[in-house]
Design a protein around this ligand. Structure first.
Ligand code: ADP
Length: 543
């Protein structure tokens, strides 16, 4: 028997209109590309978003057209999110740090019709625009007074477009499965792969995040998404933040420690979301200045493993709860969050064990681990296998990419994450490694992530990476690559001695090398593939 309930589409435009009516004095604050802080309320955001939707129509934008953005986290970027998706077009956010050939590939693969660009990235487009034959126009995200001279053809000024329109616009209604936005994953090898979100998946993901026990988000929250809006919709903050009526604080182009610390204080930020690298910068600054936070309650850390030392420092020095989350672009992105259950709290060592894991499922996502033949493995905290997921906010294919799609799913339709993990009897998942980064030593696996985690706990280590290097007897053995803290002269023997007390003996790296810096990809992640290439002929002293 079918339930007798209405079937109303879940649409992104509902979020902005709901927020404007229900939280009329809530603020959106942005540090702008031009410099000053900009602030306005939800109703002003909604009005300008409607103006922009009308402006897009005037430009000839139709449903399904792709609207590219190359921009920081600011109110204008938020307006583009809501205007393009709301009118039925597709908001395609792009990472400006991608290598040029990858940017060219994704603009053309997505067939962007217009590209909105922040002042900072204008020079980038001036260099690349000739490779975008199908792009009809570029919109510079500024006002007339700040509009620079540019060689870019077919250029519009954002505020001029907006000024020509009133806010009298009714959002169209359509099927909730309609595509709303897209984001390409920065593949470490090969071309990036397109993830195409739907209205339904984005609204559901927002509601799922708001249902997480232990991450309260509401009208009293002041949320700082440091995670870029070009990286998986800033983890959904622009959607769930508005549903919850939270104050949103956008950092614009300034993501360094001092700038973030100032913004957190000035805007009384309670919740900050970002990748570990960003928090390293912030914590370094706080340490140096001997400062504390007066408002910050929580940081949500994801994208790569949150070092236990970082979680502890946030707690011990600043009374801030650092919560680790795990997810993927393909998952909108959130999958798990690591918050100890009430019965697990009290003893910090135990708690840290849990908080160091990637966490428990968020409602709306299912996961399992499987062996190489696809057999399901037990949740015993020991068995390691590839992590598979499914849910309404998980992709069911890559955009116009049948080859990548064919490889991405199990026979029974689960998405293959490419992560190797364990799941303990309490349901906490722990990433052991990426399938391609795990070190295979004599038939056993060594987790490069675990070793890195231990190595960065050394007070004189700024950053560390572990890769597998060819070994005649063991097939592969770990090599530890360290960036020292400034002024430190920590050596190989010190490092090995430090690790000896922390990891199994056969995990100890066969060698330690010190470098000035490690290679990072466009989303700030360590590029292990590059390191493996760099050290491919390295001879370990144990050979
Ligand atoms: P990219 O575009 O760089 O692939 P994603 O955010 O999609 O960016 O990357 C997803 C991957 O990042 C996951 O499959 C996992 O390997 C890693 N990751 C994300 N969060 C964590 C975490 N908390 N701990 C460890 N690894 C993580």
């Amino acid at each position: 028997m079918r339930g007798m309930m209405m079937d109303r589409p879940l649409l992104i435009s509902q979020i902005i209109e709901f927020a404007a009516v229900n939280f009329p004095d809530q603020e959106i604050v942005s540090r702008t590309t031009e410099g000053p802080i900009h602030r306005y309320t939800y109703p002003e955001l909604a009005k300008r978003t409607r103006q922009l939707a009308k402006a897009l129509e005037t430009l000839g934008v139709k449903p399904e057209d792709r609207i590219g953005t190359i921009a920081w986290n600011t109110y204008r970027h938020l307006e583009i999110y809501y205007a393009s998706s709301g009118m039925g077009a597709i908001c395609h956010t792009m990472n400006p740090r991608l290598p040029a050939d990858q940017l060219i590939y994704i603009v053309n693969h997505a067939k962007d019709r217009f590209i909105f660009v922040d002042l900072t990235f204008l020079p980038l487009l001036e260099k690349l625009h000739e490779h975008f034959p199908d792009v009809e126009g570029f919109v510079v995200m500024t006002d007339e007074a700040n509009m620079p001279k540019t060689d870019l053809p077919r250029v519009h000024c954002y505020e001029t477009l907006l000024k020509a329109q009133d806010g009298d616009y009714t959002w169209p209604e359509f099927d909730e499965h309609t595509a709303s936005s897209m984001c390409y994953t920065s593949g470490t090898t090969g071309n990036p792969k397109g993830v195409l979100y739907s209205h339904r998946s984005n609204v559901l993901h927002a509601l799922y995040v708001l249902s997480i026990s232990g991450v309260p988000i509401n009208e009293d929250s002041s949320i700082l998404p440091v995670v870029p809006m070009f990286h998986v919709n800033a983890w959904g903050v622009p959607y769930f933040g508005l549903i919850a009526g939270a104050k949103l604080v956008f950092p614009g182009p300034k993501l360094d420690g001092p700038s973030l610390a100032d913004l957190i204080e000035e805007e009384q930020v309670t919740d900050a979301w970002g990748v570990p690298t960003v928090w390293l910068g912030l914590l370094g600054h706080m340490r140096q200045q001997g400062k504390t936070f007066s408002s910050l309650k929580r940081t949500l850390i994801g994208g790569s493993a949150a070092p236990r030392a970082m979680i502890t420092e946030f707690r011990d020095k600043y009374g801030v709860e650092a919560i680790q989350g795990w997810g993927m672009t393909e998952m909108s992105p959130l999958g798990t969050v690591s918050i100890p259950r009430p019965s697990m709290r009290g003893d910090w060592d135990n708690e840290l064990e849990i908080r160091g894991k990637q966490g428990r499922l968020m409602f709306g996502v299912e996961m399992k681990i499987v062996d190489a033949d696809g057999n399901t493995l037990p949740h015993d905290g020991e068995s390691q296998g590839e992590l598979l997921v499914r849910g309404n906010a998980v992709i069911d294919g890559y955009y116009e990419n049948p080859e990548a799609t064919a490889k991405a799913f199990s026979d029974d339709g689960w998405f293959r994450t490419g992560d190797v993990s364990t799941i303990d009897p309490d349901g906490y998942m722990e990433i052991v490694d990426r399938v391609k980064d795990v070190i295979k030593s004599g038939g056993e696996w060594i987790s490069s992530i675990d070793l890195e985690n231990e190595a960065v706990a050394h007070p004189e280590v700024a950053e560390a990476a572990v890769i597998g290097v060819k070994h005649a007897k063991w097939q592969e053995r770990p090599l530890l690559i360290v960036v020292r803290e400034q002024g430190s002269s920590v050596g190989k023997e010190d490092m090995l001695k430090f690790l000896e007390e922390r990891v199994a003996k056969w995990w100890l790296p066969d060698d330690v090398v010190f470098v000035e810096e490690l290679p990072h990809g466009a989303t700030g992640k360590l590029q292990k593939a590059k390191l493996r290439e760099q050290f491919k002929d390295y001879t370990l002293p144990t050979e």
